[in-house]
Design a protein around this ligand. Sequence first.
Ligand SMILES: [Cu+2]
Length: 122
Amino acid sequence: MARGTMVPTLLVLLLAVCCATTVVHGKEWTVGDNKGWSFGVSGWESGKHIQSGDVLVFKYNLSMHNMVQVGEEDYNSCIVSSPSRTYTSGNDHIQLARGGKVFFICNLPGHCQQGMKIAITA
Ligand SMILES: [Cu+2]
């Protein structure tokens, strides 16, 4: 390799390493902003540039609500029919993986129907 191309090559390598590791630190989004994970939160996600690596924070009163990650069918029907992970801490942090859509609903009776549901494309 000629001496003149050595430095640019190293710079490119350094950039590649730095950018590959910064992906880990995503932006934190509080779902529903000040209102939190609550009735009518559906639509909060639209127009937001939410990316893989970002973290969704679901804040809610744990005696009133929960949060379940579901598939698209269950999201549409508001009925949890397939095995899904249920979160109940009142302050759930979900880091989004790359690719595809993810769906979250509250599965207490009637809550999803009252807009406690979001669909995110990461
Ligand atoms: Cu609820």
